[in-house]
Write a protein that binds this ligand. Structure first.
Ligand code: ADP
Ligand code: ZN
Length: 299
């Protein structure tokens, strides 16, 4: 059986794993995200050690914070692009791994990878069109459409859609450096903490922050439902750690759709339509294994 390398490249850490798949991981490390030179060198060290001790890798899969160059035939394939992360703009990554480790690489966003992972082993199983959202420090979304990851011009940037913002109810201007009050600017963990001047995890369950949060997340989801027609929405990330939030979001999604979509998934089964990830925080690394497998098949 083929051995793969998998990387989940995040803003605070890079998780690197080697194994046959997410259920058969031989070795895994967490490398802090510091400077590109330092972090990428440590990632390479890990895989080179693994190859030395246990043999070559069939392929490597990488799910990364974005934006990133995901088109295999474009000159920017394998690069971090205009990322807000200081020092990481226009840094070559996935293709560096591919050359140094003599293996093909599959490269995509962290949320697209997580969608793939949930599709294979989690709550996207058996569906051909669904989305995966994360509501953490930022907000991101990945989509599987007709069985394939969605990337066209670049890749979806679902966190940055523009949604209604009633400034009399919520005077907070928004925290996104590009758009201020886009979805991420209004509803990310970072935005919640800026608006209320305390940690999101410390806001009590009955704090008005959560009804407002549900309103924004539901507005975003309604737009995704109407544009992509997903068969399910999987939503994870640290902010969803508030158990009262998901039920509020489901109620608001139904309200905002106002009976327009008469499908049983929404009218009768909203609790199984908008769901948490089954793989919890392993969806990203699991998806990186799928990316690796796909890269090996395309070789
Ligand atoms: P990241 O997005 O940085 O990869 P997470 O998905 O863990 O990581 O999200 C971190 C964000 O989630 C932070 O803004 C944090 O304040 C928030 N968060 C973590 N736990 C909770 C919680 N129990 N309730 C609400 N917000 C939380
Ligand atoms: Zn934005």
């Amino acid at each position: 059986m083929a051995r793969y390398g998998a990387v989940e490249a995040g803003g605070t850490k890079f998780v690197c794993a080697v194994g046959l798949g997410p259920e058969q991981i031989e070795e895994q490390v967490r490398i802090p995200t510091t400077t590109p030179t330092e972090t990428i060198a440590l990632v390479l060290d890990f895989f080179q050690q693994q190859i030395k001790s246990s043999g070559p890798l069939e392929a490597i899969g990488v799910g990364s914070f974005g934006p990133v160059g995901v088109h295999a035939d474009a000159p920017q394939f394998g690069y971090f692009l205009e990322t807000p992360k200081p020092g990481w703009q226009h840094i070559e990554f996935a293709t560096v791994l591919s050359r140094a480790l003599s293996a093909p690489v599959g490269f995509n966003t962290d949320v697209n990878a997580a969608a793939l992972g949930e599709g294979r082993w989690g709550n996207g199983q058996g569906l051909d069109t669904f989305i995966y959202l994360t509501v953490g420090t930022g907000i991101g979304g990945g989509a599987v459409v007709n069985g394939k990851l969605l990337h066209g011009l670049l890749h979806p940037e679902m966190g940055h859609i523009l949604i209604p913002h009633d400034r009399s109810a919520d005077p907070f201007p928004g925290s996104c450096p590009f758009h201020q009050d886009c979805l991420e600017g209004l509803a990310s963990g970072f935005a919640i903490e800026q608006r209320w001047q305390q940690k999101a995890a410390d806001l009590p369950a009955d704090h008005p922050a959560w009804a407002l949060e549900a309103n924004y997340l539901a507005a975003g989801m309604v737009n995704f439902i109407l544009t992509l027609s997903p068969q399910r929405i999987i939503v994870g990330g640290g902010v969803m750690g508030q158990p009262q939030l998901l039920p509020l979001v489901r109620t608001q999604v139904v309200q905002k759709l106002s009976g327009y979509l008469k499908v049983p998934q929404i009218t009768n089964n909203i609790d199984t339509y908008i769901v948490p990830p089954k793989l919890d925080n392993q969806a990203g690394i699991a998806g990186a294994f799928v990316l690796a497998q796909q890269a090996a098949e395309q070789r």
